[in-house]
Ligand binder design. Structure first.
Ligand code: FFO
Ligand code: GTP
Ligand code: MG
Length: 456
């Protein structure tokens, strides 16, 4: 039987309300020992799922807060175990004392994600739903909220289950042919199996195609700021994130290492990557920085090429723009719009990139830049029904399922033995089981729940 865990479930800053949460066999008894309801009854004798008003006592027995408490009996709770909550004033000192009082009752500190891990182990959530809990907490845009909330309610699980069930139906046909292992699969049955595998293949391809969008919604679009030294890259990064994240000076070659920061622009969550200005240089450190800039360009899903509108455009600016456009959706950003513009020869590019003039100093043009980003990633700002693959673990499992199904289809054409084909289908089922967590190794779940916060 599992032990009883407790944690502060709310943020560590002073706030209106702060919650202590417990789960496990002694959860209700421990909460009852430190909290006395105003109605004179013991907490455990009040009805479950109700909020009860009363006094919370610290480890030395002195009152430390007027609070609300509630408890639930497993399996009718978040974790599926007995749970209790103490909803206090959100003072970090009160919460720390309350937690200490609970430890004195023999409960222990919860690990990060341990409540949700218990919910998963007790079958209250599958793995994609548990991951959605973490995604929801981390969501930075309305689109990310909708995607995570849909996944939490089981939308991705249902989509995967439909593929899984289709493959299970096929297994019945295999058992019929396995009874006669030396005979070829009769053509009628082979057609049925082929149709089932093709359908699963189509569904898995469609599912995998959701991953780009899902990962951009959940984790942000990797967006590189590129341009020659002093173009204003770090200034733009700072203007977009709203604080002085990167060092800005008038010395060309200020940024050496890549600098990352998140922002929301045009409703799209971006992972901005500021880079060293690209130029030939004798400085060994700067040269490594320039190499990193070029490497970052290759990882980008969106590139902002910055041209200083107060300086003449050079050949290297045009070369960088062309390189970027060949690599990913690119926006040409004319910087320092507040200064007087240098004259620029007409640009002859086909196609022309979308362009915008901005000033990091005044904020002019940033709204227009947001519109251009939203045009490039309309579906990333729009949210989803929650049935997108949203992380690499999910995509990896779906890819393995697809590979197994494709192998099965190829084998069928080659006329292999039924048991080889059966192995392919079983491998596909096992990969889908990993995706939802119905069939997954302990060490992998441990890694997944480590990313959660304490108290979740
Ligand atoms: N105060 C508080 N707020 C919270 C949570 C919590 O645990 N406490 N949650 C958690 O992190 C989330 C809500 N999720 C929850 C999911 C299931 C149950 C639950 O008790 N389910 C039971 C009973 C349902 C019912 O009363 O109808 C069940 O499913 O059987 C509670 C919270 C977000 N807000
Ligand atoms: N007036 C004005 N000056 C700007 C603007 N943006 C940047 N600057 C100035 O241009 C100079 C270079 O800015 P940075 O943001 O450091 O340029 P960078 O592209 O990051 O340069 P490197 O890191 O050296 O590649 C600094 O003196 C900035 O203050 C702007 O919008 N208006
Ligand atoms: Mg810089």
């Amino acid at each position: 039987m599992s032990d009883t865990i407790a944690a502060i479930a709310t943020s560590p800053a002073p706030s209106a309300i702060g919650i202590l949460r417990l789960s496990g066999p002694e959860a209700v008894a421990a909460a009852s020992a430190v909290f006395r309801p105003a109605n004179g009854k013991a907490l455990e004798n009040c009805p479950p799922h109700a909020l009860v008003y009363g006094t919370l006592y610290g480890p030395d027995g002195a009152p430390i807060d007027q609070a609300l408490a509630t408890y639930s009996r497993g399996p009718h709770s978040y974790t599926g175990e007995d749970t209790a909550e103490l909803q206090c004033h959100g003072s970090p000192a009160v919460l720390a004392l309350g937690l200490e009082a609970l430890f004195a009752q023999g409960v222990r500190q919860a690990w990060p994600g341990e409540f949700t891990r218990r919910a998963f182990l007790n079958g209250r959530l599958d793995l994609t739903q548990a991951e959605a809990v973490a995604d929801l907490i981390d969501a930075e845009t309305p689109a990310a909220v909708r995607q995570a909330a849909g996944q939490l309610s089981g939308a991705l699980s249902r989509r995967v289950a439909a593929i899984y069930d289709g493959l299970v139906d096929l297994l019945a046909h295999f058992h019929a042919v396995l009874d006669y292992p030396d005979e070829d699969i009769d053509p009628f049955r082979a057609d049925t199996i082929r149709a089932g595998l093709s359908r699963a293949e189509g569904e898995l391809k469609a599912l995998l195609a959701t991953y780009d969008r899902g990962k951009y919604i959940a984790g942000g679009v990797p967006c590189v700021l590129a341009g020659r030294p002093n173009a204003g890259k770090s200034s733009l990064l700072n203007a977009l994130v709203g604080y002085d994240r990167a060092i800005v000076t008038d010395i060309p070659g200020t940024t050496r290492d890549t600098v990352e920061a998140k922002c929301v622009l045009g409703g799209v969550s971006l992972r901005l990557i500021d880079t060293a200005g690209i130029r030939d240089t004798d400085d060994a450190v700067e040269r490594i920085g320039v190499e990193r800039s070029r490497a970052a360009l290759e990882e980008a899903a969106l590139i902002l090429v910055l041209w200083d509108s107060s300086a003449p455009v050079g050949e290297e600016d045009v070369a960088l723009l062309k390189q970027a456009m060949a690599q990913a959706p690119t926006i040409l950003v004319w910087t320092k719009e507040d200064l007087s513009a240098a004259s620029c020869p007409p640009l002859e590019l086909d196609p022309m990139p979308p362009m915008v003039e901005v000033s990091a100093k005044t904020g002019q043009g940033l709204g227009k830049l947001g519109e251009l980003v939203a045009e490039r990633f309309p579906t990333v700002g729009a949210g989803a029904a929650g049935e997108l693959l949203s992380n690499a673990r999910q995509a990896g499992a779906a890819k393995r399922a697809l590979d197994s199904v494709a192998r099965g289809l190829a084998s069928l054409e080659l006329g292999v033995t039924p048991d080889a084909l059966l192995t392919d289908v079983e491998e596909a089922l096992s990969a889908l089981g990993e995706l939802t967590g119905s069939n997954i190794r302990e060490d992998i779940t441990a890694r997944i729940f480590e990313r959660f916060c304490v108290g979740k």
